[in-house]
Design a protein around this ligand. Structure first.
Ligand SMILES: Nc1nc2c(ncn2[C@@H]2O[C@H](COP(=O)(O)OP(=O)(O)OP(=O)(O)O)[C@@H](O)[C@H]2O)c(=O)[nH]1
Ligand SMILES: [Mg+2]
Length: 325
């Protein structure tokens, strides 16, 4: 299955070689190697802090990250950015279109990688948590996860990160509605972005009021275009990172582990279930029988996945809600 020698790959990742790290993430993304084996061959990294950066498409997540990464590097952090990109429904690959890309060189020591959102939901890709775990174990001290930004409430990134920063801009639509919807329960920090645009000041005052009411940290206002507020944001981010390092939330590591475990189990169940059902040939044959009305869909289902056999597969969905501050 693997097209490379895992020992060499692991050695390259441990040595911090960007090419090996990128190859490791590709292996996770394309499932060309036993992900768990790859990850567990690397030493755990309890000091790595994962920050989710979320917000609607075009709010300026990539632009802001491009501004803050160099400052984080200057402060001695090793930084990786994992950006989730929308998947083309035709090719299955990442749809880049005319989105602002991260500059190729974010600064010495930074690593940037985009992963396709396929099979994922809530703004993250199916492999984001594994990819972030690999980056943590590769020695990055901060992993920034930029969500795909399909909607403002795609907050699943909260399940995979230690802190979530939600960006809003004057173009963000009905922000009042959003802030009342409980989003501040999930987002740890609100950032009013595009502070140079008309309406940003008004939005900031509204956000300040809501944050006060909901006892959330005061919002920050920044502009990536003219750099206003970026230094203050970097300071707040580093404070948060330090706080998380000093008092790590044991629950968040447990949630991440549960999530990875649940996903690995589901994957195995699906593949075993499909094997048991007889694979693609069996589906083709049964579809023919349904079309010729010799079988109903329910009967087909009972044949493909007999209820008795599936009893043990009733997974408990779960794990949500967080916020430690
Ligand atoms: N006026 C203004 N425009 C900005 C600012 N930051 C980014 N933009 C513009 O906003 C647009 C979207 O920026 P991106 O950084 O790609 O936004 P994004 O949230 O990463 O977008 P997706 O990844 O597609 O969800 C671009 O045209 C940027 O030039 C800012 O501070 N002020
Ligand atoms: Mg972006």
């Amino acid at each position: 299955m693997a097209t490379f020698d895992v020992e060499t790959l692991v050695a390259g990742i441990k040595a911090g070689e960007s090419r090996a790290i990128a190859q490791g993430i590709s292996a996770i993304e394309d499932e060309t190697y036993d992900t768990d084996h790859l990850i567990s061959s690397l030493p755990p990294s309890p000091n790595c802090v994962r920050i989710g950066v979320t917000g609607a498409t075009g709010v300026g997540k990539s632009s802001l990250l491009a501004r803050i990464v160099p400052s984080l590097l200057e402060r001695g952090e090793r930084v990786a950015v994992l950006a989730v990109d929308p998947t083309s429904p035709l090719s299955g690959g990442a749809l880049l279109a005319d989105r602002v890309r991260m500059p190729a060189d974010l600064g010495s020591g930074a690593f940037f990688r985009s992963v396709a959102s396929r099979h994922g939901s809530g703004g993250v890709a199916a492999c984001t948590d594994d990819a972030a775990e690999l980056l943590a174990r590769a020695g990055f001290s901060i992993v920034l996860v930029e969500t795909v930004g399909v909607g403002q409430l795609d907050m699943e990134v909260a399940e995979e990160t230690d802190d979530v920063w939600l960006l809003l801009s004057p173009e963000s639509g009905d922000v009042m509605q959003l802030l009342k919807s409980g989003v501040l329960e999930v987002a740890n920090q609100l950032v009013i972005h595009k502070g140079d645009r008309p309406g940003a000041g008004r939005l900031l005052r509204l956000a300040e009021e809501m944050c006060r009411e909901q006892e959330a940290p005061a919002p920050l206002m920044v502009s990536s275009r003219d750099d206003a507020g970026v230094d203050e944001l970097v300071e707040r981010l580093l404070d948060r990172v330090e706080g998380i390092r000093r008092a790590p939330d044991a629950g968040s590591e447990r949630r991440r582990l549960l999530r990875r475990l649940r996903r690995a189990t589901e994957k195995r169940w699906i593949s075993q279930g499909l094997d048991r059902a007889g694979g693609e040939d069996s589906f083709e044959q049964i579809a023919g029988e349904i079309l010729s009305q010799r079988l109903t869909i329910q009967e087909a289902l009972d044949r493909l996945a007999p209820p008795g056999e599936m009893k043990f597969c009733r997974a408990t969905a779960g794990g949500s809600g967080r916020k430690t501050t």
